[in-house]
Structures are given as structure tokens and as C-alpha cells.
Write a protein that binds this ligand. Structure first.
Ligand SMILES: [Zn+2]
Ligand SMILES: [Zn+2]
Length: 243
């Protein structure tokens, strides 16, 4: 039986330098449940170290392992995976490119927290830096690791594939394009109608607890799992994506 599941697939935690410190994995999960979401993805900038804690919180919600990767062109793209192992392999690749801060002062804390809100350690890499991966190479690595990839906030005026590259070339095999919470379907059709060949989603890109769920995508599918998300994005067997 197919039913509708609400998904917010782009949420940061306190490990992202730009996110609030109260965005602990436990708080993110509990707020997402309060907001009536069925699926979330934890997607910090170029890192995956807080995902396992969100998974361990084990509320009545599916947590998809993810990452918001910064490409060499400074475009943000989401990588979403079926398991922790694949996202940790992507992290090994991004960490090769991200310098340690050394003695440089970090403006914001990047905190790794367990499922009980206890601080485990501070991450001292420059997580916001661009990685050395070009968009095309990043997409291919994510697909080879078994993941899917989404061009982030294409309606925003910074760090999107459109602001960095000007257009989305046919050869870029994104599994979806993301609109920010500011853009509804009507506006999206006006501005990005030429990219209707891709499925569209919308997410909160939450950096504050109150942002969680301010935008969500409806997925019509069998169960709240990564495999079903993939089927819905390709419109297989009656499944669909509604934005
Ligand atoms: Zn972004
Ligand atoms: Zn983001």
C-alpha cells in the first residue's frame, strides 16, 4: 500500500559551523517528530560525524545519512545514502581536501555530540571550505557509493549550481533539484521550468531548531526508507514526489 510521507532531507546539526549549538542530533530528531515529519536527512557541511548519534536517538522517524558537499566550484550538493558506511567513505574523501585549522581561531564551534546531548569532541577542520571535487566528479563518486544527489537551493543567490555554473548542463545526473523554503511550486515553475526534467524537492536547510520542517516534500511510497525514496524520485510503480 502506498501512502504519503513527509520528508525534510536537508538539516544541519551543531557540527556545521553556521548552525546553532542547540541543534544537537537528539534535539533535531525530537523537533522533526514534533513537526510531523516521517523522514529526515542529516546533512552537515562536508562531514558526517553527527549522523550516527541522530540514528541512535531512535525515535519514530527515519534518519537518512547525508552530507551537504561543497564542490570545487563552490556549489552545494546533497549526497544521501542508504547506510552509514557509504557516507563515511565520502567523508574520507572530503577530509582529504579540508585543512585542519591549526592555530587559526575558529569563529564557530563544530561540535560532535552523542545521542544523549553529551559533547564527544570538537572538529577542527575548516568544514566550510570547498573540496577539490568538481560537480561532475562529485556526482559520479556519490553514485558509485550507492547514493543519490540533489542540487541544493537552486533558487538561492549563493552557493547553488546556478550561481556557480550559470546553468545545469544535461550531462549532470542529479537525482533531484532542491528549492528553498522561500520558493513555492508556482514560482519554481516560472523561474526553473526549463529544468522540469529533474524531480523537484523542497527542504528546510535548517540551521536553527525552529527552521526544521518549514519546508518538506511529500513522497508517495510504500515505507519511509532510502530505497523507496529512490523509487519515488524515478516515479516507479506508482510512487511519486510532490512539491
Ligand atoms: Zn547550502
Ligand atoms: Zn545547508
Amino acid at each position: 500500500m502506498l501512502r504519503t510521507y513527509r520528508a525534510d532531507l536537508h538539516i544541519h546539526t551543531c557540527l556545521s559551523p553556521c548552525a546553532e549549538l542547540d541543534m544537537t542530533p537528539a534535539r533535531v530528531v525530537s523537533r522533526a517528530i514534533e513537526e510531523g515529519l516521517d523522514i529526515i536527512a542529516v546533512t552537515d557541511h562536508n562531514t558526517a560525524e553527527n549522523i550516527q548519534s541522530a540514528v541512535k536517538v531512535n525515535g519514530e522517524i527515519t534518519v537518512i545519512p547525508g552530507m551537504e558537499l561543497t564542490t570545487a566550484e563552490e556549489a552545494h550538493i546533497l549526497a544521501l545514502f542508504p547506510d552509514m558506511e557509504s557516507v563515511m567513505r565520502l567523508q574520507e574523501i572530503t577530509y582529504n581536501d579540508l585543512p585542519l585549522t591549526g592555530n587559526k581561531r575558529i569563529l564557530y564551534e563544530q561540535v560532535v555530540v552523542n545521542e544523549k546531548d553529551e559533547v564527544l569532541r570538537f572538529n577542527d577542520r575548516v568544514l566550510m571550505d570547498a573540496t577539490g571535487l568538481g560537480v561532475k566528479e562529485a556526482i559520479s563518486i556519490i553514485h558509485n557509493l550507492g547514493g543519490i544527489t540533489v542540487a541544493c537551493h537552486i533558487d538561492r543567490e549563493a552557493f547553488s549550481i546556478l550561481t556557480q555554473l550559470g546553468f545545469i548542463h544535461d550531462s549532470l545526473e542529479f537525482d533531484a533539484l532542491e528549492m528553498s523554503f522561500r520558493t513555492d511550486r508556482e514560482r519554481a515553475l516560472k523561474m526553473f521550468g526549463i529544468y522540469e526534467r529533474y524531480p523537484w524537492i523542497t527542504s528546510s536547510d535548517a540551521h536553527h531548531v525552529s527552521d526544521i520542517g518549514r519546508a518538506a516534500t511529500e513522497f508517495i511510497m510504500k515505507e519511509p526508507s532510502f530505497e523507496e525514496l529512490v523509487l519515488a524520485l524515478s516515479g516507479k510503480e506508482g510512487r511519486e514526489v510532490r512539491f
